[in-house]
Design a protein. Structure first.
Length: 192
């Protein structure tokens, strides 16, 4: 009836159990210490703002490509667009990220993306010098960017131009807001 509770035997500390418990505790501490930098490395792109994000937030998105004096009336000229690219951990130096066709028409300048709206190939100047031509699938465009055949789904993608006049010079800078657009669709839709 009245059973007496069994006594829990005490473990007498000895050298072997001390080393066993000590190595478990020490291993846990070392593991925790090594985990902290690893977690920091993995989460660092999420937790910190990059230098390019800071500069983009203060910038208006326009890049200076040329001056008015660099263009001749009605003759298209292509200019590279340079930019810094970044993946999660690496920021690459400034490199070409696209190109833009500029056409001077009086006091106005028109800018078109040099990427074909059909499938994204590079648009070049046609052999006649008075039209644009994409050699990949024979898309053809007039100098105002309108399609000349049925291949492209829409006109060349126009870009926003800002002529920045300087008090020190009578030669305004041509600033272009470079964007990329989805290809193979009839409407002009910017890539996010």
């Amino acid at each position: 009836m009245g059973e007496t509770p069994k006594e829990i035997p005490l473990i007498e500390p000895n050298r072997r159990s001390f080393h066993k418990i000590g190595s478990i505790v020490l291993g846990s501490i070392i593991g925790a210490i090594l985990t902290i930098p690893g977690v920091g490395f993995i989460l660092s792109p999420i937790l910190k703002k990059s230098a390019t994000e800071d500069s983009d937030s203060t910038s208006d998105g326009f890049q200076t490509l040329a001056k008015i004096s660099d263009l001749q009336e009605g003759i298209p000229r292509v200019f590279p667009v340079l930019g810094k690219t970044k993946d999660a951990w690496v920021q690459y130096p400034e490199e070409p990220i696209g190109s833009v066709w500029l056409v001077k028409k009086g006091e106005k300048v028109e800018a078109f993306s040099a990427e074909c709206p059909h499938l994204g190939c590079a648009v070049s100047l046609g052999p006649d010098g008075s039209s644009f031509f994409c050699p990949c699938h024979t898309s053809a465009f007039s100098l105002d960017g309108k399609p000349k055949n049925e291949v492209p789904p829409r006109a060349m993608d126009s870009l926003t131009v800002d002529l920045k006049k300087s008090p020190a010079s009578d030669d305004p800078e041509i600033r272009v807001k470079f964007e990329r657009f989805r290809t193979a669709i009839p409407e002009k839709s910017p890539l996010a």
